[in-house]
Ligand binder design. Sequence first.
Ligand SMILES: Nc1ncnc2c1ncn2[C@@H]1O[C@H](COP(=O)(O)OP(=O)(O)OP(=O)(O)O)[C@@H](O)[C@H]1O
Ligand SMILES: [Mg+2]
Length: 184
Amino acid sequence: MQATNNGLVKFPLASTFNIAVSDTATIMGFADTSNPFIPEINSSYVFRKEFVTEFRAFLHQPDGDAYYVTGPTGSGKTSGITEILGRLNWPVQQVTAHGRMELSDLIGHHALVSATPGAAPTMQFMHGPLALGMKHGHVLLINEIDMMDPSELSGLNDILEGRPLVIAQNAGEIIKPHPMFRVV
Ligand SMILES: Nc1ncnc2c1ncn2[C@@H]1O[C@H](COP(=O)(O)OP(=O)(O)OP(=O)(O)O)[C@@H](O)[C@H]1O
Ligand SMILES: [Mg+2]
């Protein structure tokens, strides 16, 4: 692992994924292994070289776009992504979409929260997976995205192009996309 100064590290591509690529090729990841959002890995997972190298290209340079994975049920779409990100110590905000899901479910909501068990609750804004991912540079992984209403998803376009998220319900809070934020 080669360390850089911003908490990022370069992992050797061939040995990290046990794939036949050049010994000098690397993939960017995080040095911190303690984030609770880093996916669990299965050490006997088998990687396909094409999948890893394509996804690596996206992780390195998303170019204002999300990464879309399609294929039959159980073909390794979700696990392919989480097994790669887990090895890179890249935290993931994972959600499964459904027909009634709205963009606001991904942004966050107000909730009554107690500071200690039994204490009188106060109303607080709880950031959803999109807001958390944008803020901290996590990957937002939306499973079954085709279940979601396209008009709700169109709100993601501005964000993918690098514009900030403005949360009107939380006093107009502005979240700029972290350079490591990705949408899959
Ligand atoms: N290359 C692989 N090596 C080892 N296990 C695998 C591999 N691909 C898939 N699996 C296993 O197969 C199961 C199904 O994979 P996964 O959940 O990733 O599929 P999926 O394409 O996301 O399915 P769905 O369409 O239902 O969401 C998981 O338990 C996963 O660990
Ligand atoms: Mg899946």
